[in-house]
Write a protein that binds this ligand. Structure first.
Ligand SMILES: NC(=O)C1=CN([C@@H]2O[C@H](COP(=O)(O)OP(=O)(O)OC[C@H]3O[C@@H](n4cnc5c(N)ncnc54)[C@H](OP(=O)(O)O)[C@@H]3O)[C@@H](O)[C@H]2O)[C@H](O)CC1
Ligand code: K
Length: 543
């Protein structure tokens, strides 16, 4: 598990140590230098004679980078510090100078392109422009430098948000790109110091220009922006360096690892039977979209449900039974409901009665229909089901929208937001949807964000190949079974709903990888791979 703490929590943890004179910056800089040396040796056999460019901003983030640069000079690395501020960390600059490092001032207007060209030729670029002290989009000389680095061929993200200066940056950028293109040198390895400069450290946004990192060396603890999309896509490999901070028990964001899911997997024992293992009720598919019913029920069965009850028209039921004879179509008690996959969003009547069956399932999940479930049970609400949930939901309802579907849910609650805005700030809008609906929100994407009553989860287990038709239907089935197996826990403590949802996202992503490592997968392949994935998780855990 990777746990990430907010900027405020990290600052609060640093405070007493700084007050006691604990040399946190020395610890951070030394660890950073060691990691850069290891990366250099991995990429060019020896660090000696390598060229490292340190991008230094005005604060302690720049201080970390400059001190690390001094350590590197002492190990035979040629280091150039590019100063992106009129005033930088004095101690760090003095250490670099006395070690014999070069210093280039890139703070003055027009200096960025030349500095960018030098950086683009380096073996490693250390991004020490700004860390947890960032406020808003990267601005001034730091923004100009990142824009010029982008033009010089280094991968950057975000737009140059500073008003009135795009032309300046563009001109500088052209200068840089022409110079580097002529040489066609391989681009440098970028190491972000604490965070890639300019990301939303607490929310994972990309408010302005950001230099992509190949590695982020972060101090004391991971920060939420390193796990949350879209910033999670520009951090590279995250290396957490222990500098002796004591952080509060509850992190702001966490990412489950396979071992965390395995540790909580409800492995059946001799006393278990189908009803103790969890029965899943599925309302999915129509005569027009029968495949969703097959995918969702297959996934639920293959994830280890005690039993799956399918609710739908006879024609679809026949397709389901042909694929999965284990499924039953008789109504009866369930421990979770999955409603919505393949059900048309607009309940326009052409849905074989699925909207009515979905509403009945949701009412039963609320505990409003005695007999069917004897009290409230968790529910997965996906696709067409999202249009059927009422104003507010219990937290044991897990809504599983993608960004477009979340837009519809938010608009129904009076938030007029566009899909692009949701994709630019997934945490914010998933949290808003949780606040408005009361449900646990699993916002699907390359990184899946789960916001409920407990800790926020950000899962990045899925290969891009999983972006294929039916993948959401399979996730809904996996989640339905995992919720049914822990139904009592989920209803008793809704924070468990978020943890189970994040676990289902992890299983879904790993199953896609196992189905065809490194290549394309069909949704049904993913569902069929789940048993093996679960066995591997448990084997890993028991070994
Ligand atoms: N405290 C310690 O000894 C340790 C800190 N660690 C490292 O330090 C940074 C946090 O350092 P801090 O000085 O608090 O802040 P930063 O260096 O991250 O950034 C502040 C400077 O950056 C400028 N800034 C802020 N936002 C932007 C922006 N959007 N664009 C450009 N520049 C920006 C800000 O300028 P002002 O005008 O606002 O003053 C500051 O000059 C932490 O990340 C660690 O790297 C060590 O890890 C542990 C010891
Ligand atoms: K940084």
């Amino acid at each position: 598990m990777i746990r990430a703490w907010s900027v405020a929590d990290v600052r609060a943890a640093e405070e007493p140590l700084l007050a006691a004179g604990v040399p946190l910056m020395d610890r951070a800089a030394f660890a950073l230098a060691l990691q850069v040396l290891a990366d250099l040796r991995a990429r060019r056999r020896s660090a000696r004679g390598a060229h490292v460019v340190v991008l230094a901003g005005a604060g302690n983030n720049g201080g970390d980078a400059l001190h690390a640069g001094a350590h590197l000079v002492h190990r035979g690395v040629a280091v150039t510090a590019v100063l992106a501020a009129d005033r930088v960390h004095e101690g760090g600059l003095a250490a670099l100078r006395s070690a014999g490092g070069r210093v280039v001032d890139a703070a003055a207007a027009g200096r960025a392109p030349a500095a960018a060209v030098e950086a683009a030729r380096a073996d490693v670029v250390l991004d020490g422009l700004v860390g947890i002290g960032a406020r808003g989009p990267l601005r001034g000389s730091a923004a100009a430098l990142v824009t010029a680095l982008g033009a010089a061929g280094l991968p950057t993200a975000g737009t140059d948000a500073e008003e009135g200066t795009p032309a300046t940056h563009a001109e500088e950028a052209q200068g840089a790109s022409a110079a580097v293109a002529r040489e066609g040198t391989a681009r440098p390895w970028v190491v972000a110091v604490d965070t890639p400069s300019g990301i939303g450290v607490d929310d994972g946004t990309l408010p302005g220009p950001v230099l992509h990192a190949d590695r982020t060396v972060t101090f004391g603890a991971a920060k939420p922006g390193l796990l949350l999309p879209p910033a999670a896509h520009v951090v590279g490999e995250v290396t957490v360096v222990d500098i002796g901070l004591t952080l509060p028990g509850t992190p702001a964001v966490q990412r489950l690892a396979p071992a965390d899911v395995a540790a909580r997997w409800p492995v059946p024992g001799p006393q278990d039977h189908k009803y103790t293992r969890g029965v899943v009720g599925v309302v999915a598919g129509t005569a027009t979209y029968p495949g969703a019913a097959v995918l969702t029920t297959t996934a639920a069965v293959r994830t280890g449900a005690g039993m799956v009850r399918y609710r739908g028209s006879d024609v679809v039921a026949r397709a389901v039974l042909a694929a999965r004879p284990e499924v039953v179509t008789a109504p009866g008690r369930v421990q979770s409901w999955v409603v919505g996959p393949g059900v048309p969003p607009a309940a326009d009547g052409a849905d074989d009665g699925q909207a009515a069956r979905a509403r009945a399932g949701l009412a039963a999940a609320r505990g409003e229909l005695a007999g069917l479930s004897r009290g409230p049970v968790p529910a997965v609400v996906d696709a067409g089901g999202l249009g059927l949930v009422e104003e507010t939901c219990p937290p044991w309802f897990v809504l599983t929208p993608h960004a477009g579907e979340l837009r519809t849910v938010l608009r129904r609650h009076g938030e007029d937001v566009h899909r692009a805005e949701i994709e630019a700030a997934p945490l914010r809008w998933a949290r808003r949807a949780h606040d408005l609906t009361g449900a646990t929100i699993l916002l699907k994407g390359a990184v899946t964000v789960v916001v409920g009553t407990g800790i926020v989860h950000a899962q990045a287990d899925a290969p891009a190949w999983l972006g294929t038709a039916g993948a959401g239907d399979v996730l809904a089935g996996i989640l339905g079974t995992m919720l049914a197996a822990r139904a009592a826990d989920v209803v008793a403590d809704p924070a468990v709903a978020g943890e189970v949802a994040a676990s289902a996202a992890l299983v879904h992503g790993l199953a896609a990888e196992h189905a065809n490592p490194g290549g394309p997968v069909a949704a049904l392949d993913v569902a069929e791979a789940v048993p093996g994935t679960v066995a591997r998780l448990l084997d890993l855990w028991s070994s």
